[in-house]
Design a protein around this ligand. Structure first.
Ligand code: SF4
Ligand code: SF4
Length: 127
């Protein structure tokens, strides 16, 4: 789930608000986005991926919040890591877009969902 936005890094571009599919974020009175509906977060990482300022931290735990503070997150080096390893923006020449490796997983999930339940296990582990 999204855990925090590091105010010192945020440029108030509004992109995270626009890309969030679950409407978790909204513009705050001070300009910076606020986490208005964290319980609706889908842990999709879109806000982190699109934040060119590397100001957003999304924890990989989908079920519960993780207590973190800005100093810890900045020191951890995790800010911007997902964008980097996705080969976006300035990382395009140095990192492959590893998210594309999930294409087969997504395709199989779609195929499995479309089949009767009795047949679904046959897809697991298929090359
Ligand atoms: S995308 Fe990043 S820089 Fe832009 S408003 Fe959101 S947190 Fe701030
Ligand atoms: S991780 Fe996805 S659902 Fe959660 S706040 Fe970011 S964009 Fe929205």
């Amino acid at each position: 789930m999204i855990e925090l936005i590091v105010a010192d890094r945020c440029t108030d571009c509004g992109t995270c608000i626009a890309v969030c599919p679950a409407n978790v974020l909204e513009a705050g009175q001070a300009g910076l986005p606020i986490l208005a509906r964290v319980d609706d977060c889908q842990t999709c990482f879109m806000c982190e991926l699109y934040c060119e300022a590397d100001a957003i931290y999304v924890a990989p735990d989908c079920d519960r919040r993780v207590a973190v503070n800005a100093e810890e997150v900045v020191a951890s080096g995790r800010l911007g890591q997902y964008r980097q390893h996705s080969g976006w923006d300035e990382w395009a020449d140095r990192f492959p877009n590893e998210q594309w490796l999930m294409e087969t997983v997504f395709r199989r999930a779609g195929e499995a969902a479309a089949l009767p339940k009795a047949v679904q296990p046959d897809l697991i582990g298929r090359e």
